[in-house]
Design a protein around this ligand. Structure first.
Ligand SMILES: [Zn+2]
Ligand SMILES: [Zn+2]
Length: 436
């Protein structure tokens, strides 16, 4: 942990709270950790630093001087890159003097033409539409704030950005592009186009923009006098708004158990609704989808008139036989290890919460965060199939077509991401603390 990361104490009244960002007014306040619900007094963090939860280690907030200008600049640059990615050629392939140019959406178009519309849509959403929506949404929300006003619909737009964020998979696509280029090297001479360089810049800019944003740019934290008991927000009978992080007294919850945040009008819940049941339903669905995903072939490669449909396991075996074992290992980890580990980890978390276990609560929270983080990397294989389908249309000598197994596998990836999102890590601490 770097020296500029400062752990903040969770007792609410130790020392005076300092302002968090020099440029933002009214930063004195409290907030609840979104992973364990513990209340924290906001304190000064050095420039570029971040504050972590003293109990579970989750990120609470960051301090970037000129955070607003920085996030805006990064998003504007990302917008320019996303335009370049779609205007210029992406990759060119040269085989026996013939050059075939492909554009960014070639893979999606080929999938659609081959009758894999659902797969084409998933690739289009996760690699283009959601990242674009995220960038435009952030600009819509933050650009007027820079000039001192707010546009109507700020809250719905911001909520939409938060919903699409886990589905933006530019970094995963980046890895797939690299793997596709390696795989095609023995077939043809691969020449990167302008769009590929713009795409690499886009991946870096998007990650930097995401890391620089802090919710306090839009909404100041709750005033400190609203939480005078300490402990968790639930102990203090407060509910943390999922959108603007305002701490609202639980007494405002109506008898139906639903109320709205007075600041941003988001529905308030003490914990995610039906978290355990929904997560189990999604885990079981993912397990069922894993069977056809591994039994049915995911892709057919025909070279010089030879070749047959291959499953995920056969594809990996083939890559290793061909001497491309690093590529084979990456596909093995992303397509087999990650989905199984993710489902095993989520099941373990669910069972431990149901048993009201107080066992290694901090480690279990870290496990949950890891599960959330690695989930999208299973898309590597889907992107790889889309890229290869789009790129390899040189002649009748070699064709690559997707098969039904790829659709089931995409279903596994989507279901496990939903499963991780529906689990509420605060349940780990609720039951565990009471037990202790
Ligand atoms: Zn925490
Ligand atoms: Zn709110």
């Amino acid at each position: 942990m770097g020296s500029n990361e400062q752990r903040i104490e969770h007792d609410l009244f130790s020392g005076a709270a300092l302002s968090m960002t020099d440029s933002s007014p009214g930063m004195d306040g409290v907030l609840a950790c979104h992973d364990c619900d513990l209340l924290h007094h906001i304190k000064h963090v050095p420039a570029g630093g971040k504050a972590l939860c003293s109990r579970c280690g989750s990120l609470l907030y960051r301090h970037h001087p000129d955070g607003l200008t920085r996030v805006l600049a990064l998003n504007l640059a990302a917008l320019i890159c996303i335009v370049l990615v779609n205007v210029f050629p992406f990759l060119s392939m040269e085989i026996a003097g013939r050059v075939e140019e492909t554009v960014f959406i070639s893979g999606m178009l080929s999938l659609y033409q081959l009758g894999m519309g659902e797969l084409a849509l998933l690739v289009l959403l996760t690699s283009l539409l959601f990242p674009l929506l995220g960038i435009l949404g952030m600009l819509y929300v933050l650009l007027p704030v820079r000039f001192g006003f707010r546009l109507p619909g700020l809250v719905p737009v911001y909520r939409l950005v938060r919903i699409v964020t886990p589905w933006c998979m530019l970094d995963v696509l980046m890895l797939s592009v690299l793997l596709a280029a390696v795989k095609l090297l023995d077939l043809a001479h691969v020449v990167p186009g302008i769009a590929l360089y713009a795409f690499i810049a886009l991946v870096v800019l998007e990650a930097a923009a995401y890391a620089s944003f802090d919710r306090a740019l839009l909404w100041p934290p709750t005033p400190p006098d609203c939480a005078d008991k300490g402990g968790t927000a639930a102990d203090a009978e407060l509910i943390s708004c999922h959108t603007c992080a305002l701490l609202v007294p639980a007494s405002t919850l109506s008898r139906t158990g639903r109320a709205h945040c007075p600041r941003c009008n988001t529905p308030l819940h003490q914990r995610k609704l039906n978290s355990l049941n929904r997560t189990w339903a999604l885990i079981i669905s993912a397990l069922l989808l894993l069977i056809p995903a591994n039994v049915y072939p995911v892709m057919t490669v025909i070279r010089f008139g030879q070749g047959e449909p291959s499953t995920i396991a056969a594809g990996i075996e083939h890559l290793i036989e061909e001497g491309m074992w690093p590529l084979g290992m990456i596909v093995f980890v992303a397509s087999i290890i990650v989905p199984f580990m993710k489902l095993a980890a989520l099941s373990l978390l669910q069972i431990s919460v149901q048993k009201r276990s107080g066992w290694r609560m901090r480690d279990r929270t870290v496990l949950y965060r890891l599960t959330e983080l690695v989930g999208s990397w299973s898309m590597v294989d889907i992107f790889l199939i889309a890229l290869l389908t789009g790129l390899v249309k040189l002649d009748a000598l070699t064709t690559i077509t997707p098969d039904i197994g790829a659709l089931f596998f995409a279903g596994v990836v989507v279901t496990t991401i939903f499963a991780a999102n529906s689990f509420d890590p605060r349940l780990i601490w609720d039951h565990g603390e009471r037990r202790q």
